[in-house]
Design a protein around this ligand. Structure first.
Ligand SMILES: CC(C)(COP(=O)(O)OP(=O)(O)OC[C@H]1O[C@@H](n2cnc3c(N)ncnc32)[C@H](O)[C@@H]1OP(=O)(O)O)[C@@H](O)C(=O)NCCC(=O)NCCS
Length: 173
């Protein structure tokens, strides 16, 4: 199927927001999504954006059942490895179900890798849920290594009250 991958614009944020929710439903955690399309516009399309995003777009004649032409996205940002240097972290990769198996996912992932190389990044990292074997297989087939298996890393987060508590304990001078 004919499609193009391009950098997202501010005007894509409604579509990205819709697909963020679709991905969260797939990942069985829709209640966790608190981000609105306005916040995506603010955080991704300001002077120092927190993230970059690519979208997969089909021509009008191949639009989705609901009439969408933006049918996939890859949202990523830059981080830094003290061992290896600049790194791209892929936060989300998603293709709408009716468009899967047509190379959209591979196209998005390869484009992120291309961006990473252009920015001199030496790693492309992401996390995937334990039960999501189709996607784990997809990444493995593209040559990714599973760091939980090979190096035993855990994925750690502070948020909410725990983050507040930690911040409140910061030395004052
Ligand atoms: C994962 C996902 C993005 C892949 O997108 P897609 O458009 O269906 O994948 P593609 O059609 O580009 O497939 C690319 C390649 O991966 C292979 N592939 C696809 N699904 C696969 C699977 N379940 N297991 C192994 N290989 C798979 C394809 O055969 C193809 O191989 P090729 O390059 O040799 O031709 C898509 O299935 C998706 O959105 N899944 C739900 C959301 C999700 O889990 N996202 C990742 C969260 S971390």
């Amino acid at each position: 199927m004919n499609f193009k991958i391009r950098a997202a614009t501010r005007e894509d944020c409604r579509d990205i927001s819709r697909m963020i929710m679709e991905l969260a439903v797939y990942e069985k955690m829709p209640d966790q999504v608190k981000i609105s399309h306005e916040e995506l516009e603010r955080d991704g399309f300001c002077q120092n954006p927190f993230f970059e995003c690519l979208v997969a777009e089909v021509p009008e004649e191949h639009k989705s059942k609901e009439g969408f032409t933006v049918v996939g996205y890859a949202l990523y940002f830059y981080t830094y490895s003290t061992w290896k240097g600049p790194t791209v972290y892929l936060e989300d990769l998603y293709v709408m179900p009716e468009f899967r198996g047509n190379g959209f996912g591979k196209g998005l992932l390869s484009k992120v890798a291309e961006v990473a190389k252009k920015k001199q990044c030496v790693r492309l990292q992401l996390s995937v849920l334990n039960w999501n074997t189709p996607s784990r297989d997809f990444y493995a087939a593209k040559g990714a290594q599973d760091l939980t298996v090979t190096e035993g890393w855990h994925f750690i987060r502070f948020d909410g009250q725990n983050l507040d508590n930690l911040a409140n304990e910061a030395p004052k001078n």
